[in-house]
Design a protein around this ligand. Structure first.
Ligand code: CP
Ligand code: NVA
Length: 330
């Protein structure tokens, strides 16, 4: 039977079957080829979308804007301070208003409940551009990147190092389970993902041939991995005063040359970005002054090494987001 995602929202990967994710990945590769060849694909001309951001963004915003315009759609961007939502108007009322004007809504914010509420009340497809719990469009881009480099996903040994209970740790674990990868969360036990989610992913992985493993041992976690993935130690919206504790918990889990040497020959380094790998950011500089560290979750050497595919991932955000919008709006 064919896959039909028309009218669906894209809120978290748990809502999608492996076959549906395969369809989205194949469609993304098709759109990437079209873009590269200059083949026009204004398949959604006459439609309009709105992008709602409660948190800042470079990749996600630009990916939605360019993908929307390539598909021929009108695009409205609402920045963190410029809508009534949450302050003067409830999420549910905002959803009802936007659903009357737009064909689809992207939301980046804090609470997963809010993006779910938008989807329930707006009557149009809603796409999750990151919440505190999940970042599903990023995972599609990451899976596409792994597939491009290794020719497939099943059986790939994937290790996430760092804050494994954040939006990236959660969504990567779900995405790997769904597509049959062997997922390892390598983190201090305090930062392991939620037990219930781990159990759910283990049930999924049993059916897809994947597996889920948690370890606090860097040599074990990185040993033989095909992919080493990391993310910032403090996520968007977290208070400044968590830095000290997070640095002391996570400095052992920095991705450096030693960690990459534990991994399999030809292993990839991946990161959703933005990344603190040097002192060329104001936050990077201030952390260096306060705590005396010049590189955080990844060293500059690994970030800029041949193993690093971080900018392929960034480009793939656009192709995969285009596939999600097309599949759900067509
Ligand atoms: N990876 C990612 O979501 O980047 P932005 O925060 O720049 O959107
Ligand atoms: N965990 C990070 C991901 C950024 C794409 C954050 O939420 O800030």
């Amino acid at each position: 039977m064919g896959i039909n995602l028309s009218g669906r929202s894209f809120l978290k990967l748990l809502d999608f079957t492996p076959e549906e994710m395969r369809y989205l990945l194949d469609l993304s590769a098709d759109f990437k080829r079209m873009k590269r060849c200059g083949t026009p694909h204004r398949y959604l001309e006459g439609k309009n979308i709105v992008l709602l951001f409660e948190k800042t963004s470079t990749r996600t915003r630009c990916a939605f804007e360019v993908a929307g315009m390539d598909l021929g759609m009108g695009v409205t961007y609402l920045d963190p301070g410029s809508s009534q939502m949450g302050k003067k108007e409830s999420i549910s009322d905002t959803a009802k208003v936007l659903g009357r004007m737009y064909d689809g809504i992207e939301f980046r914010g804090f609470s997963q409940e809010h993006v779910e509420e938008l989807a329930k009340s707006s009557g149009v497809p809603v796409w999750n551009g990151l919440t505190d719990s999940f970042h599903p469009t990023q995972i599609l881009a990451d899976l596409l990147t792994i597939e491009e480099k290794f020719g497939g996903l099943k059986g790939v040994r994937f290790t996430f190092m760092g804050d494994a209970r954040n939006n990236m740790g959660n969504s990567l674990m779900v995405g790997c389970a769904k597509m049959g990868l062997h997922f390892t969360a390598c983190a201090p036990a305090e930062l392991f993902p939620d037990e219930k989610l781990v159990e759910e992913c283990r049930r999924i992985a049993k059916k897809t041939g994947g597996s889920i493993r948690l370890t606090d041992d860097v040599a074990v976690g990185a040993g033989g991995a095909d992919v080493i993935y990391t993310d910032v130690w403090v996520s968007l919206g977290e208070p400044d005063d968590v830095w000290e504790q997070r640095i002391s918990l996570l400095k052992r889990y920095q991705v450096n040359r030693k960690v990459m040497n534990f991994a399999a020959p030809g292993a990839l380094f991946m990161h959703c970005l933005p990344s603190f790998h040097d002192l060329n950011t104001t936050i990077g500089q201030s952390i260096s002054e306060r705590f005396g560290i010049d590189e955080m979750e990844v060293t500059d050497e690994v970030f800029n090494s041949k193993a690093s595919v971080v900018f392929d991932e960034a480009e793939n955000r656009m192709h995969t987001i285009k596939a999600v919008m097309y599949a759900t709006l067509k």
